[in-house]
Write a protein that binds this ligand. Sequence first.
Ligand code: SAH
Length: 252
Amino acid sequence: MSVSLVGAGPGDPELLTLRALRTLQRADIVLYDRLVPKCILELARRDATFEDVGKVQGRKGMEQAAINARLVELAQRGLHVVRLKGGDPFVFGRGGEERDALREAGIETFVVPGVTAALGCAAASGAPLTHRDHAQAVTFVTGHARSGGAPELDWAALAAPKHTLVVYMGAANAPGVAAKLLAAGRDGAIPVLIVENGTRPDQRLIASRLDALARDCAILDPDKPALLIIGEVAALADSAQAAEYWAKASAA
Ligand code: SAH
């Protein structure tokens, strides 16, 4: 009996690790999130059972405690359980909470890393997250506090120049995030790249800037994942790179 917490990557099935693929092919049951596309589920063992534990539009997904209990119950039945998550399980993926619950129940747990959205979106948009001329540091933050609004972070540190800020779950709170950074002294003209559906066939890149971010995020579809890349490097993104990415991916 064991559970594998597996990172599915940002959407492009070619970004799965070999270990993720092998683990999926041995699964008896796969509990997956809303962010995992069908083409990745299709790579799992054909007679595996699938359970959707993600949030569907207009309906709340299973509570985290219920997911934890379900993982424990399935593993105790002796099944090879795969908990498949978008991106990496340990980056804004609640993998830590699930691992703790499984450990407490004495269940062997494996973690298979995945390409986190920041890395997938950087590659697919051509915006390097660091660059010797433009950014010496990069920070990943969530734009969504447990209580709802923008989280309490050290915004002064995050507003430093030549620093790339990648915001997960930030589209809905974009006005709050932008206001915090502007108040902390970040220049309103700093470029921001909004990557919607990064690495997927329907990827969309929107070039924005900090003082226009609230307006530009207002047009996003809340059901599609979007990532904000804020900082000097965002201006290095190029849509030719994104086009080339797709040409290569489809030729492979
Ligand atoms: N564990 C995941 C993150 C889950 S939080 C990871 O490592 O990537 C969900 C947030 O991730 C979304 O709100 C969005 O900000 C980001 N995200 C995930 N997949 C994405 C994609 N394909 N394109 C853009 N953003 C994505």
